[in-house]
Design a protein around this ligand. Structure first.
Ligand code: ADP
Length: 529
């Protein structure tokens, strides 16, 4: 007999499907569905329905019908009714079955000590009877066998649902462990490493397979601020095992290459049912970035207060000298003092402007007004201004003929050039020799400001573009500046889609270059085959 063609693909190894299928077969059914009760439904486990040889499309019809019918309960766990032929057709059953013996729908209430678990609905030929229904509804042996069957099936299904939930939970935890940006390390009760996540690998340079089974203190070599080893007696895991709270404990650990860095460690302890510690889970948070930011903040405060104090002291000094009632100054002296006051006020103004600029960049508020810009014209006028301001400086230009226009915000690029030219003068002791050179590629124009000044050590070259970063060299330290100029230049150039970089040799000079997109890209060379 062909009952129907299942479209729903069942997993033959799925524990739920196996249990539901066997139960339906025992009840002489051909197909059916197990529906978890509302109270027992656990969103962590699988679906609400477990189908056995039943089309998914048939489920709503079947459920709509059974909802209107008599419901089984703990007293009468099994209810069987003959279903109307039109419903049997809607359920996709073969015509000869519908026309022949007729079809019954059985509903079996499943419950155990924990309460109701759900209902098993099954379809079978109306002529068949299961081993629980051979004699009569009053047969005590049959009834108690049916109760026993319902409770055992409920227990097994509940167990299967729980293991499904556990498998999902395990998958979720594995994903957290795998993709967490925080280092996670698990140890057993003998402090040997049993898990080491990828973040921990990145942090320490050790591979998981190299450290599994190792004593965790030997791998991380934890130390306190003073560099003293934190041995077994100070082990954060042992303290957590002893019931102490270990939250964000700061310490230093060593990477594979011996490099030491600060981390905050939190330990949680997994205990057996008897309360004995079984595992320690260490959450290792890298503090390097925070410490750098902290350092940046204190550098910021000291640089800014120094940079503000110096011009204020000079202005105040000159102004109070000029204001003295008893003093007489010739006009030359008065003029030179006023020029100095003006210069210092300019310096203050620039500093405050740069600070505002930097905070705007941080808040992503850099507005650009990008139009076609004639770079040659801008560079020539800035060179003229620089020569007037620093007659001692030698300034050369090297600009190829017909320099293409770029797409840029004139005011901002002027600021970039101003900053780079000012730096070239500031950091060139004696007579500054500066060259501004332009190069053209197919896509961009590159501007280089070349000086023969103090130069920058290789290890500093990347950091000078960071906020408030100033080099520890005496000339740099004695030169006014807050370490904001290059940070601002970088933000401006990158907002134009360009790049900025430095090439430098200590005590020989530096070349700062930036690129800007050309207004019109060069036509591609024609290739003739
Ligand atoms: P500021 O000059 O205000 O300190 P910048 O951001 O412009 O800030 O520069 C950051 C640091 O980079 C400077 O303090 C200096 O140490 C170094 N620097 C910048 N330009 C040059 C240069 N042309 N030659 C040597 N060092 C430079």
């Amino acid at each position: 007999m062909s009952w129907f063609q299942p479209q729903h693909v069942e997993d033959p190894l799925d524990q739920m499907t196996v249990l539901v299928g066997r139960a339906i077969q025992l009840l002489r059914g051909e197909s059916g569905v197990f529906v978890v009760s509302n109270e027992a439904f656990d969103p962590q486990s699988s679906a609400e329905y477990t189908l056995y040889h039943l089309n998914k499309a048939a489920v709503p019809f079947l459920l709509a019908y059974v909802q209107e019918s008599m419901q089984p309960n703990t007293l009468h766990p099994l209810v069987v009714e003959t279903i109307p032929p039109e419903l049997a057709r809607q359920l996709g059953l073969a015509e000869e079955v519908v026309e022949g013996q007729g079809v019954e729908c059985g509903s079996l209430a499943l419950y155990d000590e924990a309460g109701p678990l759900g209902t098993l609905y099954f379809l079978r030929l109306a002529t068949l009877r299961s081993c629980f229904e051979r004699y009569s509804n009053e047969d005590d042996a049959e009834q108690s066998a049916l109760h026993l069957f319902a409770t055992q099936l409920a227990g097994s299904l509940r167990f299967a649902l729980r293991s499904q939930a556990l498998v999902k939970e395990q998958g979720r935890l594995a994903a957290i462990f795998q993709y967490s940006t925080e280092g996670i390390l698990t140890v057993d009760n003998a402090l040997r490493i049993i898990d080491f996540n990828p973040a921990m690998e990145r942090l320490t340079g050790w591979r998981e397979n190299e450290v599994l089974g190792q004593f965790y203190i030997k791998v991380l070599r934890p130390k306190d601020r003073q560099g003293n080893d934190l041995g077994l007696q100070d082990s954060a895991v042992l303290q957590a095992f002893a019931g102490q709270e270990v939250v964000n404990r700061e310490m230093f650990i060593c990477a594979r290459d011996g490099q030491r860095f600060a981390v905050a460690v939190t330990v949680s302890c997994v205990r057996s049912a008897r309360g004995e510690p079984m595992n320690g889970i260490l959450n290792v948070h890298d503090l390097t970035r925070e410490l750098q930011q902290e350092e940046q903040r204190s550098t910021f405060i000291s640089v800014i207060s120094h940079e503000l104090q110096t011009p204020i002291a000079i202005i105040k000094g000159y102004a109070s000298t000029l204001a003295r009632a008893d003093a007489r100054f010739d006009s030359k002296t008065i003029r030179s003092r006023l020029v100095a006051i003006e210069e210092e006020a300019d310096r203050l103004n620039k500093l405050v402007g740069n600070l505002l600029y930097a905070s705007r960049i941080q808040a992503n508020g850099l507005q650009m007004d990008i139009t076609t810009l004639d770079l040659e014209n801008l560079i020539r006028s800035m060179a003229r201004r620089l020569r007037a301001k620093h007659p001692e400086a030698q300034i050369e230009l090297s600009i190829p003929p017909h320099l293409p226009a770029v797409m840029a915000d004139r005011e901002r690029i002027e600021e970039v050039l101003q900053n780079l030219l000012d730096n070239a003068v500031k950091y060139s002791p004696g007579k500054p020799e500066i060259t501004v050179a332009c190069y053209v590629t197919g896509e961009e124009v590159i501007v280089s400001i070349i000086d023969t000044g103090m130069g920058i050590a290789l290890r500093e070259q990347e950091q000078i573009f960071d906020r408030f970063h100033r080099i520890g060299e005496p000339l740099s330290q004695s030169t006014p500046g807050a370490g904001l100029g290059l940070y601002i230049c970088k933000a401006i150039i990158e907002a134009h889609g360009g790049r900025i970089w430095v090439e430098s040799t200590l005590r020989q000079g530096s070349t700062f270059s930036f690129s800007l997109p050309r207004e019109e890209k060069a036509p591609l060379p024609m290739v003739v085959f």
